[in-house]
Design a protein around this ligand. Sequence first.
Ligand SMILES: Cc1cc2nc3c(=O)[nH]c(=O)nc-3n(C[C@H](O)[C@H](O)[C@H](O)COP(=O)(O)OP(=O)(O)OC[C@H]3O[C@@H](n4cnc5c(N)ncnc54)[C@H](O)[C@@H]3O)c2cc1C
Length: 476
Amino acid sequence: MDKNSRIAIIGAGPAGLGAGMYLEQKGYENYVIFEKTDHVGGKCHSPTFDGKRHEMGAIMGVSSYYAVQDVEAFTGVTHDGPKLQRVFRYPNGKIDHRFDKKLKNLPHLFKLKRQIKKFGKLLETKYKGYDICGHIGVSEGRYEGFAVSPGREPVSGVNPNLKDLALPFKEFCELNKVPLVQEVWIHPFTSFGYGYFDEIPAAYVLKYLDFQTMMNFMNNNLWTWKEGTQSIFEALNSKLKNPARLNSIITKIVRGEKVTITVNGEEEVFDKLIITAPLQVGKIDNPIAQGLDSYLDVTEKERELFSKIDYERYDTFAFNVEKEKYPEASFYVVDHMTPETLGHGMVFYMRWKNEPNQPLISYRLRKHKNRDETVEEYKQREELGYEETKAVCLEDIKKLGLTPLKDKDGNDKIVYEFQTYYFPHVFSEDYAKGWYEKVEALQGENNTYFAGEIMSFGDIDETLEYSRDLIERHFA
Ligand SMILES: Cc1cc2nc3c(=O)[nH]c(=O)nc-3n(C[C@H](O)[C@H](O)[C@H](O)COP(=O)(O)OP(=O)(O)OC[C@H]3O[C@@H](n4cnc5c(N)ncnc54)[C@H](O)[C@@H]3O)c2cc1C
């Protein structure tokens, strides 16, 4: 490809800014990143309260986040944030000891440990190739991509067992006779908003929580950033030759030999287009996302594929509690991580140790796909209401023994709210029918490339890594 090609990138989250960085490193400097809001970082969102940055979006990484390491090297930012502290609690506030080796159920813990070990071995052997970047070939029983390692060497092979990854993670674990591992994988998955194991294909669960990453979680070997995860992307943006153009409202994109974009009422012409914004088409009942077809001339093929995408309704709010009731650490409520407890608070996150008055952040989910409904039926069914679940969550907080501070009118005081378009994905049926192979076959058609969360997984590293992968493949 001509290194002077003019390239438009839609979105200045990790995927879009990462695409800019990797393009530059390949010698493509004629790119423009369009961002519709007045800031960069997307779901890495770290607002300042009382002089300190907090996390309303992404919180942490691990040492196997190699693409994040690329960004750290490019910007000089380091993971210098507070260590994550956590305890488990029952919904009534009592400490939940089920994972405490000293106090509870040793035979169960030994069984669990054996299954985790077996699972690690299975992933390495039976599911060889499961942890490469992206999903190319998986539904056809092969793998093709870049290995997840510092060197990210290209690998490929045939492995018919990989087809099992289309199954919901629950079925996948049962098939492999390691059902107990769900008890451990669930904490950084369901409570982090990625849905329930009876609805989400194993491919996604293991894209994020590959064995290496999961062991880092278990050993609490996690990274945070003092100035917030958003600061990594603010630094990246400021180091790029072409920082993002903020407040860019795109109303129309027409593709032909060239790509014509109408932005803030003016037309601009490009050679190539990389979309990291949501690909879902149609009306999206979400305040931050718009259907791709509301501004792009989507083809029939794109419409058919992108209509299969769904996302998680994962919302956060911040509140303060009475000083003397301040918890000693963040806490997980494992009993709230089931489809039956949809809408309840699953995690309460406290960023700084020994600092009362800082806000706690609560996390909840609002929709679940039942196994017996089709994707269409599920899509037509209503989700739990935003305000309704906020109220449920506030009640949870009180049951946990915390008292939220009140505002001047005597209502529970909410310091900040963040509603997102979270973890776009497809369900097992479409995954098994080759959704990814069909979308990957479209890369480059109409001068258009697709990146961002849906193409691999909704975490910082996977989105950055996919942008790197895309540029390696298509922008030689
Ligand atoms: C509460 C929460 C906790 C999380 N915790 C973690 C964590 O601990 N670790 C982790 O790795 N990940 C975490 N994540 C996930 C991580 O933040 C996302 O996966 C990542 O930010 C996705 O990057 P992206 O660039 O694909 O999308 P986004 O971050 O969503 O960025 C997309 C950007 O595109 C812009 N945009 C959208 N439409 C348009 C348009 N039409 N025109 C122009 N611009 C547009 C948006 O404004 C946004 O800036 C968390 C997310 C949330 C919300």
